[in-house]
Design a protein around this ligand. Structure first.
Ligand SMILES: Nc1ncnc2c1ncn2[C@@H]1O[C@H](COP(=O)(O)OP(=O)(O)OP(=O)(O)O)[C@@H](O)[C@H]1O
Ligand SMILES: [Mg+2]
Length: 304
């Protein structure tokens, strides 16, 4: 009797097999750990990219990683405020928040963007619950003041994170999608910079990683992307005006997060399809990593 012909394995199948097998050690390693992902408003522009980002989150969650998403919305807030005749002003990358601006922030972040992201994840078959830092006092804040003592109005600084509430959602296989608003001990509402909120949440959860997704390829210095930024250089870059605007709270809170014991903080380019997945499941990190001190100057891998 003639032997049945062997099935032909196509090069595409071989490539898929290789990718899946290469991902296995990372999946094993990160299963049960927590990743806090900060999704920058600046990166939330292209519909196709947003869908791919939601796929990445869903996949990470499905392989057993606790994914906590904190989102910004700077661009949308600015354009909504403009439509209402309210001017946006920033100091050190933080939005000055009057009562009128607070209304715009609440409406745009908690009302619109938060639900848009939940919808994106649901569409990919993931489970997500949208909350703001106000829900169950997720983010308890106090008024934020700059080192100079200057106040920015209703801008809050996180004092306490209700981790039990986040854990509850994560344990149910749900991705919490958090809009960065908070309340003080008297229940007054504050706007919290999304980077600093994500940092406080990652620190309080003892997260494995904090990943900032923004609209830049990394931290630029003299036209080049730095693979690594160390703490002592960061202060100098800010002082010299090399790091400006929205990058200031990002960099400052990256180091606060590391000081609090989170192992890895990364800045990843959200204008790149599946940037998050590639960052987590491949050896070569893309974007910029933040480290307290230089250990190995020339090479790094996100998964070290
Ligand atoms: N040295 C630098 N390297 C890279 N980006 C920088 C640097 N200095 C300033 N920036 C600015 O920081 C911006 C990113 O911060 P921004 O607050 O605008 O976005 P985001 O935090 O991703 O979004 P959101 O504030 O809505 O959450 C970049 O688009 C860039 O213009
Ligand atoms: Mg920002």
């Amino acid at each position: 009797m003639k032997a049945a012909p062997k099935p032909v394995v196509t090069s595409r199948q071989m490539a898929i097999e290789q990718v899946l097998i290469e991902a296995l050690p990372y999946i094993r390693r990160f299963e049960g750990t927590t990743f806090v992902v900060k999704y920058g408003g600046a990166a939330m522009t292209d519909d196709a990219l947003k869908a791919k980002f939601a796929q990445d989150l869903t996949l990470l969650r499905k392989v057993g990683i606790n994914v906590v998403l904190v989102h910004g919305g700077g661009k949308e807030i600015t354009s909504m405020a403009e439509r209402l005749g309210i001017t946006s002003e920033f100091v050190q990358g933080q939005r000055i928040t009057s009562e009128a601006m607070m209304n715009v922030v609440q409406m745009t972040l908690a009302g619109k963007l938060n639900q848009d992201i939940v919808q994106l994840i649901s569409r990919q078959g993931g489970r997500a619950v949208g909350v703001s830092g106000v829900d169950d006092e997720l983010l308890r804040v106090k008024p934020f003041t700059l080192p100079s003592g200057e106040s920015l109005g209703l801008v809050g600084e996180v004092e306490q994170v209700n981790t039990a509430f986040i854990d509850l959602l994560c344990k149910s296989g749900i991705i919490p999608v958090i809009a960065p608003l908070g309340t003080d001990e008297r229940g007054n509402l504050y706007n919290v910079n999304a980077d600093t909120a994500a940092s406080s949440i990652a620190s309080a959860l003892g997260a494995e990683k904090l990943i900032y997704i923004s609209d830049v390829a990394g931290v630029y210095v003299d036209g080049m992307i730095l693979k690594t930024v160390v703490k002592e250089n960061a202060a100098e870059f800010i002082e010299k005006g090399v790091i400006t605007g929205g990058m200031i709270p990002k960099v400052l809170s990256a180091f606060e997060t590391l000081d609090a014991g989170v192992k890895k903080v990364h800045l990843v380019d959200g204008t790149f399809a599946h940037a998050l997945l590639l960052e987590v499941f491949t050896d070569d990190g893309i974007g910029t990593q933040f480290v307290l001190k230089h250990e190995r100057d020339d090479h790094y891998s996100i998964n070290d």
